[in-house]
Design a protein. Structure first.
Length: 85
């Protein structure tokens, strides 16, 4: 687990470090969801980036299409791994 330090600014604002913004392709106007877990603040990206595998699974927006046998096997494996999390 990575630890990144941020400072609380006036108005209780924080700045998301550039490396994190680039890693998750965040831009102004994107929404984050804040969850309180004990003494932790956890931010989650509300809109997942466009990812063909995620779109195929119907998790994110994207046009659905008929999958090949290999793609169906990959999608099934990804769904199984997501369900274990």
């Amino acid at each position: 687990m990575e630890k990144i330090k941020v400072k609380i600014l006036s108005g209780y604002r924080i700045t998301i470090p550039e490396e994190v913004r680039k890693r998750f392709s965040l831009k102004e106007g994107d929404e984050l969801e804040l969850t309180v877990e004990g003494n932790k603040l956890v931010y989650k990206i509300r809109n997942l980036p466009e990812d063909p595998v995620i779109a195929m699974l119907g998790i994110a927006s994207g046009a659905k299409r008929k999958l090949s046998e290999v793609e169906e096997a990959v999608a099934a494996e990804v769904e199984e791994k997501i369900s274990r999390e």
